[in-house]
Design a binder for this molecule. Structure first.
Ligand code: ZN
Length: 410
């Protein structure tokens, strides 16, 4: 069966326009369920429609641009250019003129310009770029280009490198826009002081930065370079509240860190009022973040990281040799002291336990392992002594104490 599809339009200046094309659809395979249009039919029809609409749009655009703004005469056409634009519904060849400036108004000037040359400079429509980037960010590039090729015309499943380039290009643009925004961000807070928020019991008075550093080793495409990235949330309110939007950037430069933090605070509605708390893993660059924000700022060690260092020792305690049966209880006491913010008392107990372990004349593998884990915990707490806070009190007050994301985390 032949199908004639007709497109009719009336443009803004009243010109009517009509174009038609044919498509085939017969009864082959109907008994097997081949009813209606298939994906391939849809692709072919949409590509044809797209071609007709784009042709008309560009034609109208050129007609507008051809009118001389001074004398209302038509600008002369010098020649035509051609290129292809990849759209959601296919790769469409476009032909548009190069116009000369008005020879009546500027007879001495032979300057030319192409009014349609700036349209889709990337040779792909922003919609297609955005869709590619969205899929490219969710799936592998190969899978994403297969999905695109399944549903859209002129997309090759094999061209996943194109999709990768598009995704990376969009990523770079977003990053550049963010960087520009950060550059213009006012970084000097007025006298670096903040005012107390009037509502004493309001959980929304606390602005919490949960920040962490990520180490991305030996990236192949960048000649085996190693990257340091800062990843975090800036949220508002107490325990159980939304963690807030994620912010992330490559590198740990102080200026960038400060600008990112300032923007994140502003987005959470910070206007020089409230309490600011930075929760981190104790990395030096993140400790510096606390000093860059409007003072006073509380910097605290993430309970999640402390707990992750105590956990293996507690597990080891389950297999403690008989003659050291007090070990398990002492590890629990260390945990509670840390939970109560008593870093000094926790450290002295760790030192005592380590001393007892070292008294063994022939230390077993178990004792050596326990000592090693305690040494790691000891070093960690010593380096971050000032940032161990009273987690129990924060917990009771309904405040956040950890970057853990599940509701059971603190
Ligand atoms: Zn003119």
């Amino acid at each position: 069966m032949h199908w004639r599809i007709t497109l009719e339009a009336v443009d803004p200046i009243g010109d009517e326009y009509r174009k038609e094309f044919m498509t085939e659809k017969n009864l082959d395979g109907l008994a097997d369920g081949k009813l209606g249009c298939s994906i391939d039919d849809g692709k072919a029809v949409m590509k044809e429609v797209q071609k007709i609409i784009i042709e008309r749009q560009l034609d109208l655009w050129v007609r507008y641009c051809r009118v001389c703004p001074t004398c209302d005469g038509l600008l002369p056409i010098k020649d035509y250019n051609q290129r292809r634009i990849l759209t959601i519904f296919g790769e469409i060849p476009v032909r548009y003129p190069r116009l000369m400036v008005c020879q009546k108004c500027n007879p001495a000037c032979c300057f030319t310009f192409s009014p349609a040359a700036d349209i889709c400079k990337d040779r792909a429509t922003p919609e297609l770029l955005e869709l590619s980037a969205k899929l490219g960010a969710k799936f592998s590039y190969r899978e994403a280009s297969e999905v695109l090729a399944t549903f859209l015309p002129d997309q090759s499943a094999r061209a996943f490198t194109t999709l990768r380039n598009r995704t990376l290009a969009i990523g770079k643009r977003i990053e550049e826009a963010e960087r520009r925004k950060r550059w213009f961000e006012a970084l000097n807070y007025p006298d670096r002081k903040q005012l107390a928020l009037a509502l004493a019991g309001d959980p929304a008075r606390e602005f919490v930065f949960n920040v962490d550093t990520a180490h991305i080793p030996l990236v192949k495409q960048y000649g085996g370079r190693t990257f340091e990235a800062v990843v975090g949330h800036c949220g508002r309110g107490g325990r159980g509240g939304p963690p807030g939007p994620v912010f992330t950037f490559e590198g740990t430069k102080p200026r960038e860190l400060k600008a990112v933090a300032a923007l994140a605070l502003k987005r959470q509605g910070y206007i020089d009022q409230g309490e600011i708390t930075v929760i981190s893993d104790g990395a030096e660059c993140l400790k510096r973040l606390a000093s860059m924000l409007p003072q006073p700022v509380t910097h605290m060690l993430d309970w999640f990281h402390i707990s992750m260092k105590v956990q293996p020792i507690a597990q080891l305690a389950a297999t403690v040799p008989k003659h050291m049966s007090s070990f398990e209880g002492r590890i629990e006491r260390i945990r509670w002291r840390l939970w109560d913010g008593q870093a000094g008392r926790a450290l002295s107990l760790i030192a005592k336990v380590r001393q007892d372990l070292s008294r063994e004349t022939e230390p077993s593998i178990w004792a050596r392992r326990a000592d090693k884990l305690l040494e790691t915990l000891q070093g960690y707490i010593r380096r971050n002594k000032g940032s161990v806070v009273n987690y129990a009190e924060r917990y009771r007050d309904g405040k956040r104490a950890s970057t853990g994301s599940s509701p059971d985390d603190l």
